[in-house]
Design a protein around this ligand. Structure first.
Ligand code: MN
Length: 341
């Protein structure tokens, strides 16, 4: 049976990324059914979905009582309520380069599957979070990223609790604030899921992580896809999932100093997520400004490497790894984490 993958988008500026995720997924994995919920779907999204009638279903219905990323447990419950054995959420700022249905089959069938977070090498364990929600802690959780979330029928109580937490008035109030003003346990929906899985109630529920590096490149600026992984991937191929976390390449830059602006533009030019997106876009004749180089050195490195998602940014990743070695200010980690979604 096809693996049902769900995703959602309600930001007009992110519609190209939704198309690119869907196209990349369908192209490498014929064993998935992609069910998209896009309340304000523009014609471009509707036309693309219509071009993949065997694999893509699109709904423009607006989910009731949930917004933004909080739609995740709601959509997954819908699929389980409809009788599906399993369902999987996928963020739409991801490019898929390998069949994920077969990758998922390598994990135990009754495990919740999420992804390791980009800073898992520096901070393998998440701070305790369940007590913030009045729940007793039952186990220690690693740092995870809920950009991928595979669940099955036995996980319904977890999803119901997760959904209930997204409706908590205090959480909703915090979500209206800018990222840098949110407490860590309420940065977004990943800490909620972490708190629920950590709690005594769900501490027996098995979970597994897609591995940082082997299964997923977590592209947070120049970190999140370290030089060693990039080298290895030249031989073993790109990881099946390339996730563009942090600042989105289609969002306007906030930097005020010219050098800061240049460095951010340069890093964006070489972002594995942007480069992988560009390759998919080319086959669709999809033109978007955010895929184009913004700096001369960025354009040069793209040209020299054929725009290879791992290789083009390798020099910058090496520089970054030396620069950040042994010097990771807590605030920076918090700030980068805040930008992850
Ligand atoms: Mn994401």
């Amino acid at each position: 049976m096809a693996l049902c993958v769900v995703s959602y988008e309600d930001r007009l500026e992110a519609m190209d990324s939704l198309i690119l995720m869907g196209e990349s997924l369908c192209r490498v994995d014929s064993s998935v059914l992609l069910r998209l919920t896009v309340p304000d779907a523009p014609q471009s999204v509707l036309s693309w979905a219509a071009s993949r009638p065997q694999q893509v279903e699109i709904s423009t219905a607006r989910p009731e009582g949930v917004r933004g990323w909080d739609v995740k447990p709601w959509l997954l419950l819908q699929e389980l309520n409809a009788g599906r054995h399993e369902a999987m959420w996928l963020d739409d700022d991801i490019i898929v380069t390998g069949p994920i249905s077969s990758l998922i089959k390598t994990f135990p069938p009754d495990s919740v599957i999420v992804a390791q977070e980009w800073d898992t090498l520096f901070a393998p364990w998440a701070p305790p979070m369940s007590h913030y929600w009045g729940m007793r802690s039952g186990r220690r959780m690693p740092t995870i990223n809920a950009c991928v979330l595979r669940v099955c029928q036995s996980h319904r109580p977890l999803l119901e609790r997760y959904l209930e937490m997204t409706k908590d008035p205090a959480y909703r109030e915090v979500q209206a604030r800018p990222m840098d003003q949110r407490p860590r346990h309420m940065l977004g929906d990943t800490p909620i899921l972490t708190a629920a899985l950590e709690s005594e109630q769900f501490s027996d529920m098995p979970f597994d992580c897609l591995l940082f590096g082997k299964h997923i490149a977590q592209c947070a600026g120049s970190s999140g896809y370290p030089p060693a992984h990039r080298f290895l991937d030249l031989f073993r191929g790109l990881p099946p999932l390339i996730h563009g976390i942090g600042r989105k390449p289609w969002d306007p830059l906030q930097a005020s100093r010219p050098i800061e602006r240049f460095m951010l533009d340069f890093a964006t030019d070489l972002s594995p997520y942007v480069l992988a997106s560009k390759k998919v876009a080319k086959t669709l004749n999809l033109n978007a400004e955010w895929l184009e180089p913004r700096t001369v050195p960025g354009a040069l490195l793209r040209g020299l490497t054929g725009g290879h998602p791992a290789l083009a940014g390798l020099p910058l990743a090496i520089l970054h790894s030396f620069q950040s070695r042994g010097d990771r200010p807590v605030d920076k980690v918090k700030e980068d984490k805040a930008a992850s979604a």
